[in-house]
Design a protein. Sequence first.
Length: 278
Amino acid sequence: MDRVEVVCVTMGQKDLTIAEKMHITGDAVFGNQADGYRKETQSNAGRTLRMITTDTRGVGVNRNIALLHATGDILLFADDDICYADGYADGVRRAYAQHPDADMILFSLDITQGGRVIRRIKNRDGRLRFHRALRYGTCVCSIRRDSQRRANIWFSTLFGGGTNYAHGEDTLFLCDAFRRGLRVYTSSFCLGTCAKDASTCFHGFDEKYFHDQGVLYRAAFGAAAAPLCLRFCLKRYSAYRGEMTFFRALRAMYRGTRETPRDKRPQRGTRAQRVERA
């Protein structure tokens, strides 16, 4: 039987009690960004929980640290605002049994605010095509560990929370999966809920948001970025019209497509390699 392991990123945790809050009933590995470096392992009730604490910054770095330490057959990516449904691991295994050739499966998820469901990410069972991949975030994604290692795909360390470009590491991971020939499916099985009561990376539809989106499109699609910027601004106009004009948003995105992604943050010394070798 395939072993399902949650691969979660979090910050400032002192212990492994976060697993109870997330209703994790099986194995899990946490990338925890805080002060200092340490490893913690807890095994009981048929599950193993591990936390890798580093003083690194950036969600892509944190995801990669957790991913490096993952040992499960099927890896289920998560943030710490997920609460899993009863039987989530069995549901994941059933989906992979239904699609035995799948390298990745993207699941359904309920988005909550103030304890109330405000949006449902609801999928059909079937093959996912590249042009539809932009709509999915990391927390609905799963991957076979041997497929991830074979394709050698990792999360970008230039995009996402804690970096100069506030989002997009999930988009680039999926784009890389398609480019490396992985077979990606979607599933109607609902993993649980994701609480979006506050966001640390979304600060409204300002110029930086659209600029960063343009940089992301350049990184993901190269020369095809420009028409996709136009499509994005048209499709999302009703969401941002109260904060930004259409042409101002489009200009900001176009400026972003002319920028080569790079880390503009002050460089910090890192000892993350010590944790990996520990």
